[in-house]
Ligand binder design. Sequence first.
Ligand SMILES: *Cc1c(COP(=O)(O)O)cnc(C)c1O
Length: 479
Amino acid sequence: MKTIFEKSQPGKRTLSIAACDVPEYSLPEGLLRSADAELPEVSEIELVRHYTALSKRAYGVDDGFYPLGSCTMKYNPKLNEEVAALPGFTGIHPLQCPETVQGALEAMYRLSEKLAEITGMDEVTLQPAAGAHGEYTALQLIRSYHLERGDTQRDKIIVPDSAHGTNPASATMVGYTTVNIPSGADGCVDLEALKAAVGNDTAALMLTNPNTVGIFEKDIEQIAKIVHDAGGLLYYDGANLNAIMGIIRPGDMGYDVVHLNLHKTFSTPHGGGGPGSGPVGCKKALAKYLPGPLVVKTESGYGLLDAPESSIGGVKTFYGNFLVTLRALAYIELLGREGLKESAELAVLNANYMMARLKDKFPAYSSRICMHEFVVSCEEIKKEIGVSALDFAKAMIDRRMHPPTIYFPLIVHEAMMFEPTETESKETLDWACDTMLELLEEAYRDPEAFKKHPLTTPIGRPDEVAAARKPVLIWQREN
Ligand SMILES: *Cc1c(COP(=O)(O)O)cnc(C)c1O
């Protein structure tokens, strides 16, 4: 497909405007361009067709099944979009005085309270803009906590080898050294390995539960005790709360601090790097380090507290991505306590249903009941016929099904990680399973032909290493 620049022909216009019949005003020399802007020149219908064709090449949750494990591409109710688009919310300015924005402050206050309740934490900041940013913020709280107690030798963050890549990255950003601990055979934290790793240099353990292979860490209370006994803190990577919200709470499992991804669990569409929100909740002992400003209740309504007493300082301008937080509040209010719980139950049911239908042909990493996602391995299939997880992912594209996450978590060879989410019907899940099983047959029939997928996209198999190492991000005119 050509770019709009390649379609350009000198003199073409989308519309013709009548000649100017009033005196022209000319700008001073220094403000004028020395040459014309190099804009594409096309007719209106070419313009419309170009962008319509591009939009049809995109694939999103609104187009079809999107089981991208760990990323939670679930359906986001359109009602919440409408709430976030209300002019009373979009038209306000962050520097307006609190008396004039009571509704917005109340929304932030209410969301903070709800998130504190859902996670079992005492205080919440809505400021961080994404999951990794929430991790960074939370680790800064942990750092301040240890330093203020004079515990200055704690410079290590323990991370299981199955963790999301942002965990060690955030720890490094905050100046910590990460210590990787191997998972046990069942994909869970190996308690002996943990005991050997903790010490008086442990600042915290970062752990998501259910963990990154979709299994619940059943020893979480023991894990918390081991870390706390060593003087460390326990950090919950709550990017994806879909399996547990309304059922169990990180705070009750022994965690001290948590981040959430509103753009995975609470109704903000994501992908492509759009605005996100990664609120951080913490127990009382860490609350005085939170970034400001915080919304507080006053006698006459709501006000703003610049910063708690030992604040780490702001991590983003003003109050974070406000419109994202509104969607989350609308979503939580819409579902209510029972609805949140039911949606978590359905997320787990859907994942187990799919796993049960696939696991005879695509071996599951763990034989245990999974949570909201599950991991299968194509290692055996690859050994037998040379067809890899990547080949399956490419073939799914031709069936209009978004591939699952592949080659993650790193501890599973030829991994495919499915997260069907709670918003898919049984019909869709059956279609997806049938499609996978048909693709498997196709692969066995003719492995070489199978490796040619996708056949329906303009670009089929880019050189992935070159695409990552030497990305071409701008189109350059040839002359
Ligand atoms: C997505 C994710 C993150 C990072 O969130 P971003 O908003 O992409 O920065 C962290 N941990 C886990 C488990 C995730 O799934």
